[in-house]
Design a protein around this ligand. Structure first.
Ligand code: ADP
Ligand code: MG
Length: 257
C-alpha cells in the first residue's frame, strides 16, 4: 500500500538546507586496548518531512548511528549539523538543551516514570523546557488524544498495555513539536498486533503532520512504507532508497462541479 507523503519544503520554518546533515562521522568504541569501529566516515542527510527507515543486521551500528546523530553519544570525527547548528561544537549543556528543544526519542524500553500518570509523563518534557504547568497539561492531554489515549490520561504505565505504554512514549516524544523524532526499534517489545498499531501511528504522524522521523526497524513492511530506507552493514550505509513523494502542494485543486 502506498501512502502519499506530504513534503515539507526547506524554508517552511524559515531555515534552508537539510534538517540534519552528518559528514564523515566516525565512532570507535574502546574498552582497554580493544577498539571496535562502529561508524566509518558516515555521511547522511535527513530532509524535513522524511520518514527514514534504518535497517540492517544486529550489530551493524544502527543504535550507534542514532545516538551519534542525536548527540546522545560523542563522535570521534566528523560533524553533525541540525538546522545548521553543529552539535559537537556546543558545550554539553548547550547540546542537552538543544536536544530537549529539537528532538524526541522513542526507545524499545518505554522508559516511562512508573509513579507518574500518562498525562504527567507526557507533560514532563514541556515542564523541563519551561512551559507553564497549565499549558503543559493541555498540550499533554491533546497529544494523548492524538495517539488515541485520551481515556488513559490518569492511568499509570503499569495500568495499561504494552502497546498503550509505547503510544504514551510517542506522545511524550512529540509533545514538544520536535524537529526530529528518533525511534530505535520501538516495537521490539510488542506483540504483532500492538506493533502494527504503533507503526501505523508513526506512519500517520509522518504523513498527516509532516513529522520527521528516523526509525530503526526490522519490519520490512515499514521499509516499504517509509519515504526512504537506508541499510547499514558493518558501520556503513550500503543502500539508500527513496520512494518518490507526492507533493500535495502541487496537486491541482479539484474544479467545482
Ligand atoms: P545495532 O543497533 O545495529 O544492533 P549497535 O550500534 O548497537 O548495532 O552496535 C554496533 C557495534 O558496536 C557492534 O559491534 C557492537 O558490539 C558495538 N558496540 C555497541 N555499543 C558498544 C559499547 N558501548 N562498547 C563497545 N562496543 C559497542
Ligand atoms: Mg540497536
Amino acid at each position: 500500500m502506498h501512502i502519499p507523503h506530504r513534503v515539507k519544503r526547506a524554508g517552511d520554518d524559515g531555515s534552508a538546507g537539510p534538517l540534519l546533515r552528518a559528514d564523515g562521522v566516525r565512532k570507535v568504541y574502546r574498552s582497554g586496548d580493544v577498539e571496535v569501529p562502529a561508524l566509518h566516515a558516515l555521511d547522511l542527510t535527513v530532509e524535513r518531512g522524511e520518514l527514514l527507515a534504518v535497517m540492517g543486521p544486529s550489530g551493524s551500528g544502527k543504535t550507534t548511528l542514532l545516538n551519534c546523530l542525536s548527540g546522545l553519544d560523542e563522535i570521534d570525527a566528523g560533524h553533525v549539523l541540525v538546522e545548521g547548528h553543529d552539535l559537537f561544537a556546543m558545550s554539553d549543556a548547550e547540546r542537552t538543551d538543544h536536544r530537549a528543544r529539537t528532538m524526541g526519542f522513542i526507545f524499545q524500553a518505554f522508559n516511562l516514570i512508573p509513579v507518574f500518570s500518562a498525562a504527567e509523563n507526557v507533560e514532563l518534557p514541556l515542564l523541563l523546557t519551561g512551559v507553564p504547568q497549565v499549558e503543559a497539561r493541555e498540550r499533554a492531554l491533546a497529544m494523548l488524544a492524538r495517539v488515541g489515549l485520551a481515556h488513559r490520561a490518569e492511568h499509570k504505565p503499569n495500568e495499561v498495555s504494552g502497546g498503550e505504554q509505547q503510544r504514551i512514549t510517542i506522545a511524550r516524544a512529540l509533545v514538544g513539536r520536535p524537529a526530529i523524532v528518533w525511534a530505535d526499534e520501538p516495537t521490539g517489545n510488542l506483540d504483532t498486533t500492538m506493533a502494527a498499531q504503533v507503526m501505523d501511528l508513526l506512519c500517520e504522524l509522518n504523513a498527516d503532520e509532516g513529522q520527521t522521523i528516523v526509525l530503526v526497524t526490522h519490519d520490512p513492511g515499514i521499509g516499504q512504507r517509509a519515504s526512504r530506507c537506508v541499510t547499514m552493514v558493518d558501520g556503513r550505509l550500503v543502500r539508500d532508497v527513496r520512494r518518490p513523494a507526492i507533493d500535495l502542494t502541487d496537486v491541482p485543486a479539484v474544479p467545482a462541479m
